[in-house]
Write a protein of this length. Structure first.
Length: 337
């Protein structure tokens, strides 16, 4: 006897969403902090680099049907023997492994987006590498990207998949507000950072000044003069990235020559490559404040302060998993500056 075909209601199964969090070797400390705040354990994954330099990945448990969040800023990590390019390749193979493991969604949690400064052609025959990285991530199979304080807004336009943008602006402004500093002036290191610094200044009730900067060569900065009054004030130089700290050192010297009493620095991403520590030590900052999007290199001066962005990432991951609004985490003010 033939049985009747099941109705659609008979085919409906109760489906419980499952969140799985994995960490690459780029910043495992940050991933562990996020996992703790989410109340989940970090998923098991085998990651290694072969003798010939190739990167390997294998998930130690099934990811089928899960929302897989991969925490991997594409930065170097000297504690893991990882270069920035290794971290990028590792993220790609982790995405590939999750896709072929039948994950429901794959979300790259990449608070530091490597190659972000190569976002346009500054000279003939140059690549737009930030766009290339976006294409690589999408080709590998991400469903969305979660990142923080991109170097420029156009990078979001390089993605066809959703790109959720977070900002450390409110963390940093709250930190300086809590210090209770007086006679504050926020200093933009160049014209491109004026909008960010204007917002920063308004949040802490400070004046605004701007540095006239020129770049005669890559990673070389010359500060000609200060636009605005910094005399006898406490200056806070705000940028999105501190790399070799050459620009920051020149900025501090220019601000002090203009009469500032004390100088602080704040940035989201502390890359601190090359002779960054020497530059910062000789610049005599009161404090250099960054977040932990990138693990701090050994040998940091005592005046470097690191604020954790784990709470922001945790709240954003929770919103993505529950199909909520990421912008609500920031009160709708997570746009690029």
């Amino acid at each position: 006897m033939l049985q009747s075909r099941p109705t659609p209601s008979d085919l409906q199964l109760e489906y419980n969403k499952r969140l799985m969090l994995f960490s690459g070797r780029g910043n495992p400390g940050l991933a562990a902090n996020i996992a703790s705040k989410l109340g989940v354990g970090l998923g098991g994954v085998t990651l290694k680099t072969f003798a010939n330099g190739e990167v390997y990945c294998r998930y130690d448990e099934s990811v089928r049907g899960a929302d897989v969040f991969i925490v991997q800023p594409t930065c170097g990590n000297p504690y893991e023997g990882l270069s920035a390019n290794d971290a990028l390749m590792e993220l790609l193979v982790m995405i590939e492994a999750a896709v072929h493991g039948s994950a429901h969604r794959v979300i790259a949690v990449t608070p530091w987006y490597g190659y972000s400064r190569q976002d346009k052609k500054s000279s003939p025959r140059e690549p737009i590498t930030a766009r290339l990285v976006a294409r690589m991530l999408e080709s590998a199979g991400i469903d969305r990207l979660l990142t923080m304080d991109l170097h420029s807004g156009q990078i979001q336009g390089f993605f066809q998949k959703p790109c959720d943008h977070m900002t450390a602006l409110f963390m940093l402004t709250q930190y300086f507000a809590d210090l209770g500093l007086e006679d504050l002036v926020v200093v933009a290191p160049d014209a491109g950072r004026v909008k960010l610094n204007k917002k920063f200044a308004s949040k802490i009730g400070a004046d605004l000044a701007i540095l006239n900067k020129e770049r005669p060569a890559q990673q070389v900065a010359e500060i000609n003069y200060v636009i605005g009054d910094v005399a006898d004030k406490t200056a806070v130089i705000v940028d999105d990235i501190i790399d070799t700290a050459g620009t920051l050192k020149a900025a501090a010297e220019a601000v002090k020559d203009a009469g500032a009493r004390r100088v602080y620095a704040a940035a989201t991403h502390g890359v601190f490559s090359g002779n960054a520590w020497e530059n910062l030590a000789s610049a005599r900052f009161e404090q250099i404040v960054v977040t932990d999007t990138i693990p701090l290199r050994p040998g940091a001066p005592e005046n470097v302060r690191v604020l954790s962005c784990a709470d922001l990432l945790t709240n954003s991951i929770r919103q993505i998993f529950t199909d909520g609004s990421v912008s609500d985490v920031f009160g709708g003010e997570n746009q690029l500056f």
